[in-house]
Design a protein around this ligand. Structure first.
Ligand SMILES: Cc1cc2nc3c(=O)[nH]c(=O)nc-3n(C[C@H](O)[C@H](O)[C@H](O)COP(=O)(O)O)c2cc1C
Length: 192
């Protein structure tokens, strides 16, 4: 039975080991029950302690525009087959384009490309400037002079709360030497 209230918490301090364990379990269950109350700011701050690179995700729309969006949820999934993932907010104005496209590009930014990261994180401004763009053999737009690029085919889409997880198989890639743009604790950082 799940005991609730201060009595249950008080036993943490005063009772023998088994009761203490029961009380800890009770606190954990209550935390899970109250999970919907999790402080969003605290969650953002906690997740922000995970340092990431910064990418610009790109695709060609059905009406032939190249769009770009700044993302740091990119992660490797599998080497064989070569799979990667990233997640997009369900409310993003780019949601339809990225969840319905066949192919998309991932451009990993250099430390000198912070302005591009800011540029493609703005709402109502996702259409790519021609000067920022190259197009690969598969017709996928990519960011010019990026540290590394992956040209992907969308292979799976999963719901994940207020985001969707987009999985892609890598068809082509490029990489170069250089310092990555790093995002940590809500801001850009340099590698020490
Ligand atoms: C460093 C950084 C990382 C971001 N990572 C993501 C991400 O992984 N997924 C996402 O949907 N939006 C991410 N965003 C937000 C988008 O770039 C963009 O600001 C947001 O999509 C704007 O809303 P819109 O898509 O409706 O235009 C990130 C923004 C920044 C600056």
């Amino acid at each position: 039975m799940l005991t609730t209230g201060p009595k249950c918490l008080a036993s943490v301090r005063t009772k023998p080991k088994q009761l203490r364990l029961d009380a800890i379990r009770c606190v954990n269950l209550r935390a899970r029950y109250w999970g919907y109350n999790l402080d969003t700011r605290a969650l953002r701050n906690t997740l922000g302690q995970f340092a990431t690179g910064v990418c610009i995700l790109t695709t060609q729309t059905s009406d032939n525009r190249s769009i770009g969006m700044t993302v740091n949820s990119f992660a490797a999934v599998s080497l064989d087959p070569a799979l990667v993932l990233w997640s997009i907010q369900n409310t993003s104005e780019c949601f339809k384009e990225f969840t319905e496209c066949e192919r998309y590009g991932i451009s990993i930014l250099k430390s000198s490309q912070q302005a591009l990261s800011d540029r493609y994180a703005r709402s109502l401004a996702h259409e790519m400037d021609v000067a920022d763009r190259i197009v690969d053999d598969a017709g996928v737009p990519l960011v010019k002079d990026a540290l590394a690029t992956l040209s992907c085919r969308l292979t799976a889409l999963h719901q994940g709360g207020d985001h969707h997880i987009i999985v892609g198989e890598v068809d082509a890639l490029t990489h170069s030497e250089g310092e990555p743009l790093v995002f940590f604790s809500g801001g850009y950082q340099r590698l020490a």
